[in-house]
Design a protein around this ligand. Sequence first.
Ligand SMILES: Cc1ncc(COP(=O)(O)O)c(C=O)c1O
Length: 396
Amino acid sequence: MNQRELFLKHVAQTSPAPLGIEVARASGAWLYDTNGKAYLDLIGGISVCNMGHCHPAVVSAIKKQADDYLHVLVYGEFIQSPQVQYARLLAENLPSSLNSVYFTNSGAEATEGAMKLAKRATGRTQIIAFKNAYHGSTQGALSVMGDEYWRNAFRPLLPDVLHLDYNSFESLSFITARTACVIAETVQAESGIYAPSPEWLQALRQRCSETGALLVLDEIQAGFGRTGTRWGFEQLGVVPDILLLGKALGGGMPLGAFIADRPLMGALAENPVLGHITTFGGHPVCCAAGMAGFKALLEEGWLQEVKAKEQLFRRLLVHPAIKTVRSFGLWMAVEFDSFDTNKKIIDAALEAGVLTDWFLFAPQCMRIAPPLVISEAEIQAACKTIVSAIDPAGRT
Ligand SMILES: Cc1ncc(COP(=O)(O)O)c(C=O)c1O
């Protein structure tokens, strides 16, 4: 059997039509398959590879850490320099109340940890989330996912969860003294890049403070420069009680985190102790890689280029079949009339060597979230390919 047949036979599939590109190597904004075909990657592992594939500093940090030690003991027992130094670097780049980092394996585990922390710290049970939200695929995270189609088959899920309209002032009165936490994406991703108004997010912050509900902001996709600043909330004038990070946090290695003020985080350390347990969360190699990636983001000037690159995409992605482009940094949804149209264009672009995707709750929208290191020339080439993929694919 060849590799593709083995993939289909032995690697569990959850979709009838996997993309099936056989990856040989990846570098910067490029992927290469085993036939030598190059793909310009406009999705970067779904907002993971913000510093591009195999950034040299990330690769060398991984190699160095692998030479020193790999896994040594479950989370939180030993003092491991990559964890300690990365937690410090994160805290130095966050508001002072976000100073205690619990590293996890994934974004979904960060969501789980934050919901547990909120219940434990407030003694309340109600969790409020928003329609069209995505916070992960474990059963707790699925419970706060804002789409009944994707949730329903897995019921029963967590009780006492309420879904409200995002960016709606009417929603805010449902947050009460019963609410343990409100969990929101700073910018909704899977609904097709919807940013809230700063006024609404600030009102949400205020309502949470008034009622004692904790505000959990999910920046698992928004973080690490995707929006043009380190964190999306910096542009919207709020500070959450608990911040969720993942994806680019690990620089291409698996890593998540929930971050809070130290006294708040202390609620997981008593009655019972070990309020959240993870074997591999904060793996030293992942922390070393993530820290190298974050340092590259801070030191190499990529943040300053995000807005100009966003504008370049917007200037070039013009065609009558494109209904609208919503963006917030190098993070955009290009909307067509239907999933069918979108999928044909995605497939035609892929054939021509440009990798894009659609969104879970917005299948009519093309996802563009490239590595932030993508160059202007690469953006020009990618947009040319996408626009010319529209016509042969039969759009009006
Ligand atoms: C906004 C958001 N939250 C949470 C998650 C879950 O992260 P993970 O897939 O690492 O569990 C994702 C993943 O796509 C996400 O986009």
